[in-house]
Design a protein around this ligand. Structure first.
Ligand code: AMP
Length: 667
């Protein structure tokens, strides 16, 4: 398929906000695509190159795109930059400049969707030094062959900013519409262009008023038409209708049966029935997507095997399925609001997710990203083999490390080495032992549990598990509708070194791959710290006139001594009107330089200067870690300057015990 055909659909998608119309355009494209093209289309239509769960990114910065436009068009980078500033959209810039260039070149190759996809895919696979030029080349190669409007969408895809709005919902509906029978009430028929179109007042193709050929009042008269139509199906290949069925559906089973008969159109008795029938088709497809965890797989099954193919998708142990994800809740009250009362509260263990699969004697373990890590965890394999009384299952768990001496849970960093380790695995299992916390069940004894309420799934885990202290257990759980009880459980979870708590809806199904809000997570957000600057470093390059990195300290509550917590170099601005600037900070600190060997501020050989502790700044960060590098014994992860605290005297800055409390509170 040419990229041009896809671009035509992008343009149509961009021209409407109506979901039915979007679905129609995508469905038309799917109808004419081959098995090989479907997977590529599924991604490009969403403006992505990797399925969401792959967590892989193209990772190309705007600067690199500028360079690629420059290489492809020969137009000066400065000019490109100016256009970018004027339009604010590099896609548009590429479109304009390629158009200008095309006026002077005569020949360009037709781009295929595969070519675009392959070049973009290679961008993400390239890492490390010396790859910039290769990346520029890959993008420039596409731009050289692209027509102006193609260039626009290529660049938007590169920048992961397609903006045409074919989300997963539209894709799913389009697959239904492309590969399943059209259903009256959702679809209509335009005599003028002989097409099944969305049921709106006008035909989407020729703008003719639709006379409701599938409408209920017409059905009676239509029966004869259907009969003669089916007897003389037009040979013309462009004709989308092959076989029409007038259906009086009573049950979904009946519908299922009829759909299997390969009709192209199904006309229901009334609109309500039609809706029901349509929703049934959509739900069947969605379920297949959830289980196969791949849009392309589900689309191909629908295309080649129809509804019967979809219903044959089976959950099978040993082949990973997408894990269910959880939304955030601000606090306990918000959590109850989202999952309703009573809810199951569980410890949110700070480990990593492990999907446990067994079929017969074979056991496999997969991470959240569906990587097979069975080899790395022989201890887990043994524990589940010995203590789960079933030979066929898919269970969901969080595995945590613990300190063999103190028996306290260890933060994730300590066990992350076990996920990647390929050698000395046995030694590591002894050094860093783990506990398996089972919290969900997807399949047990060949029974698909996805639709069962959470409470029942949990009961099944309990039935088949032999809990062994410090080896395998069900996630600690409290079922409650009471705020106070829930708050206490949350407090206890934090005290025991957990990240927070989960709150789960007791009635909810297991939804693979989706963040539907059947469960939410609650964890403390980190409080900002007010710290004093005790040293600073001169910058480099264009920042060499300024101090650009600052060592910050908190106060020892007992002695008043200042204890360092790390260096911060982000958060300050180049320009004064954007916030605290490097220049302003340098001016504030220069008079405070200590009169020692580093006082020669013009000497380039002295990079770091100690300063009198006067300037207090508010610091945000992701996490507090233990660290031998700094005198406080702690370090901040991803610290950033938020603002100057000129209102705060040094003896009121954050204390070491506050830092300690936050450190223990975060886990
Ligand atoms: P987050 O990674 O912050 O989105 O939080 C969700 C993650 O918490 C899940 O993917 C699990 O890895 C982890 N987790 C820890 N304890 C539980 C639990 N009891 N139930 C569900 N997930 C849990």
């Amino acid at each position: 398929m040419t990229y041009k055909e896809l671009v035509a659909v992008y343009e149509k998608l961009e021209s409407t906000t109506k979901r039915l119309e979007k679905t129609y355009y995508v469905a038309q494209l799917l109808k004419k695509s081959t098995d090989k093209e479907v997977p590529v289309l599924m991604l490009l239509l969403q403006g992505i190159i990797f399925p969401a769960w792959e967590e892989k990114k193209i990772g190309v910065a705007a600067r690199l795109v500028l360079k690629a436009i420059n290489v492809a068009t020969g137009i000066d980078t400065k000019k490109i930059e100016k256009e970018w500033k004027d339009t604010g959209d590099l896609g548009k810039v590429a479109e304009n400049l390629v158009a200008r260039k095309k006026q002077v070149t005569l020949f360009s190759r037709e781009l295929s969707i595969e070519k675009v996809y392959n070049n973009l895919k290679q961008l993400a696979d390239m890492t490390g030094q010396g790859t910039v030029d290769k990346k520029v080349k890959l993008i420039a190669e596409l731009l050289t062959s692209a027509k102006p409007n193609e260039a626009k969408y290529i660049i938007r895809t590169v920048l992961e900013d397609l903006r045409v709005g074919a989300g997963e919902g539209v894709l799913r509906d389009a697959i239904v519409s492309a590969y399943f029978p059209a259903i009256y009430g959702v679809s209509d028929y335009c005599i003028n262009c002989n097409k099944i179109v969305p049921a709106t007042d006008k035909c989407i193709e020729c703008a003719n008023k639709l006379d409701g050929k599938f409408s209920a009042s017409y059905i009676e008269k239509f029966e004869n038409y259907i009969e003669s139509y089916n007897a003389n199906i037009p040979k013309d290949k462009t004709n989308v209708i092959k076989k029409i069925k007038l259906l009086k559906i009573k049950t979904t089973d009946e519908l299922k049966h009829e759909v299997l008969n390969n009709y192209d159109v199904i006309i229901c008795e009334d609109e309500k029935q039609a809706r029901e029938a349509y929703n049934f088709l959509v739900a069947s497809l969605q379920e297949a997507i959830d289980i196969s965890n791949d849009f392309a797989d589900a689309a191909l099954l629908a295309k080649n095997k129809g509804l019967s193919g979809l219903s044959n998708i089976k959950l099978e142990a040993l082949s990973p399925i997408k894990v269910m994800l959880y939304q955030k809740a601000a606090d306990i009250l918000d959590a109850f609001e989202q999952v309703s009362r009573p809810a199951a509260l569980e410890f949110k263990y700070d480990g990593f997710r492990l999907q446990l699969h067994r079929n017969g004697d074979k056991i496999k373990l997969f991470t959240r990203r569906l990587e097979d890590v069975t080899e790395q965890f022989p201890d887990v394999v043994k524990v589940v083999k010995d203590n789960i009384r079933s030979k066929n299952y898919i269970l969901d768990s969080e595995v945590i490390g613990y300190d063999t001496k103190t028996k306290r849970f260890l933060p994730f960093q300590h066990i992350s080495q076990r996920i990647r380790r390929k050698y000395d695995i046995k030694e590591l299992t002894e050094k860093v032992p783990v506990i398996i916390n089972l919290f969900d069940a997807v399949l047990v004894d060949e029974r698909n549990l996805i639709k069962l309420p959470f409470a029942e799934r949990r009961a099944i885990i309990k039935k088949i598990t032999n809990e062994v202290s410090y080896k395998i257990q069900l996630a600690e759980q409290l079922i409650t509708a009471d705020n106070k009880e829930a708050e206490e459980f949350y407090k206890k979870a934090l005290e025991l070194g957990n990240e927070g708590v989960m709150a789960k809806n007791l009635e909810a199904p297991y939804k693979p791959g989706s963040r539907v809000g059947y469960g939410v997570k609650i964890k403390p957000t980190m409080e900002n710290l007010d710290l004093v600057i005790v040293a600073a470093e001169w910058g480099e390059g264009k920042r060499s006139r300024w101090l650009s990195s600052f060592t910050v300290a908190c106060r020892d509550d007992d002695t008043g001594e200042l204890l360092e917590l790390g260096k911060v170099s982000t958060g300050l601005k180049e320009k004064a009107d954007e916030g605290v600037s490097f220049e302003e900070m340098t001016k504030l600190l220069e008079p405070l330089f200590e009169q020692d060997e580093s006082s020669d501020k013009t000497s380039k050989s002295v990079k770091e200067v100690r300063v009198k502790p006067k300037i207090v700044i508010e610091i945000g960060y992701e996490e507090i870690q233990k660290s031998p590098t700094y005198t406080s014994g702690y370090a901040l992860r991803f610290p950033r300057v938020l603002r100057l605290r000129t209102d705060k005297p040094v003896d009121e800055i954050s204390s070491l015990s506050q830092v300690e409390d936050l450190f223990y509170g975060q886990k």
